[in-house]
Design a binder for this molecule. Structure first.
Ligand code: SF4
Length: 168
């Protein structure tokens, strides 16, 4: 088979194969959270802040936003600055080195906003709760509106949690 025919077959396979996106574990639209999340219905711009994670949570967040889980189809998007965001998606324990940047990111996020603790470390300190480099529990700085447990959380759980905010 020559290269042109192989190329044509590959294009046809791409056109007629089903999408790679997974169906979510909960196909119905979740009930939106009360409060500020109601105002974010359908569109949620998030600034991700790694406050001291091992990067396991980041791998799963990347999956949640990549084509397989594609949380973008439910209105969630990552943005480059807290000033452009509706809220923060925080991972990791709050380390001494990241305390200042996290406080500045919180201050720079316009009010009213939504704060999401993603992963056991952000929710309750996880396996690093009493480590020497930890500055403070996240709860001492801010009261998260949404808590996504798991070490790391499954992308499906991240998608589901963000859908409770966008309501899609
Ligand atoms: S919750 Fe688990 S995967 Fe996420 S930052 Fe903590 S140790 Fe790493």
């Amino acid at each position: 088979m020559n290269a042109n025919r192989r190329g044509r077959r590959s294009i046809l396979r791409t056109i007629f194969s089903p999408p790679a996106t997974e169906t979510t574990k909960d196909s119905s639209s979740p009930t939106p959270l009360p409060g500020v999340a109601v105002r974010l219905r359908g569109s949620l711009q998030l600034r991700h802040v790694d406050a001291g994670s091992c990067n396991g949570c980041e791998v799963e967040i990347a999956s949640a936003f990549a084509p397989t889980y594609d949380v973008g189809r439910f209105g969630a998007r990552l943005v480059a600055s807290p000033r452009h965001a509706d809220g923060l998606l925080i991972t990791g324990v709050v380390t001494r080195n990241m305390l200042g940047p996290l406080v500045r990111a919180l201050a720079a996020t316009p009010q009213p906003n939504v704060i999401i603790a993603c992963g056991d470390c952000a929710v309750n300190g996880g396996i690093f709760a009493n480590a020497y480099g930890v500055a403070s529990p996240l709860d001492d700085l801010v009261n998260p509106d949404v808590r996504i447990t798991g070490c790391p959380p499954h992308p499906d759980d991240i998608v589901h949690a963000l859908r409770t905010i966008t309501g899609l």
